[in-house]
Design a protein around this ligand. Sequence first.
Ligand code: NAP
Length: 248
Amino acid sequence: MKLLEGKVAIVTGASRGIGTGIAKVFAEQGANVAFTYSSSEAPALALEKELNALGVKAKAYKSNAASFEEAEKLVTDVLQDFGGIDILVNNAGITKDNLLMRMSENDFDSVIEINLKSVFNMTKAVQRTMLKQRKGSIINMSSVVGVKGNAGQTNYAASKAGMIGFTKSVALELGSRNIRCNAIAPGFIETEMTEKLDEKTVQGWRDGIPLKRGGSPEDIANACLFFASDMSDYVTGQVLNVDGGMLT
Ligand code: NAP
C-alpha cells in the first residue's frame, strides 16, 4: 500500500531542487500532485510529464506564491482540476544574501514576501477546503538558518524563523479540526544551486556535518512524506531538523 494513495498535494516551487524531489516522492507514493513554478516553464512541463508517467495525475501551474490573488486563483484551479486538497507543501523560496549594511529595502521585502507572505497566502487559500474535509496536512519549508540565524542572511533568517512561528500558530488554531501543520528545517542540501559553489568550500561544509555529507532533495522529501502521510497523524506544531546533525 502506498502512503499517499489517492491524496491530492500542492507543492509550491517544484520546478527545481527540493520541490522537484518532493513532487517525485509524493507521486511515487500514489499522490496526485499539483505544483507551481515561477519562471522555469520547460523543467516544470518535463516534471509534469514524468509524474503523469507514474500513473498519477500531475499538473504544473505558473503562479507567484508571493501574490495573494494568484494563490487564491491557484487553489480554485486545483480544486476544479483535482477535486480536493489534502496536503500543502509551502516550499517556494529565494535568497538575496548580503550583510545588513549593504542590504537594500527591496532585497529585504522580496525575500519576506516570497518566503513568508507566500505561506500566509497559500495556507489561507486552502484553509476552507481542509476545514470542510476536517483533515489536512500543511508542511512549511523553513531552514536551519531560521532556527539558528546566519550572518549575511538577516532577510532569509527572518523569513524562515517567521515560518516557524506561523506553523506553530496554525497548529494551535486548526488542531481541533484535524488540520496539522509542521515545519522542516533543512541543513545544507545539494541542489543545482550549490553546484555553482567552489568545491573546496562545499567539501569544508560537508566535513563539518556529523553525517559527513550534504543532504539530497530526497532526504527532505522523505521527511515531507512522513508529515504528509497518516504515519504522522498525531504530530503537529513541530519543526524537524533534517540536517545530518548540523545543529546538534
Ligand atoms: P531552488 O533550487 O532555488 O528552487 C526554488 C523553487 O522555488 C523553484 O522551483 C522556483 O521556481 C520556485 N520559486 C521561486 N520564487 C517563486 C515564487 N515567487 N512563486 C512560486 N515559486 C517560486 O531552491 P531549493 O534549494 O530547492 O530550496 C527549496 C526550499 O527549501 C526553499 O524554501 C529554501 O529556502 C529551502 N531550503 C533550502 C536549503 C538548501 O540547502 N538548498 C536549505 C534550507 C532550506 P522557478 O524555477 O520557476 O524559479
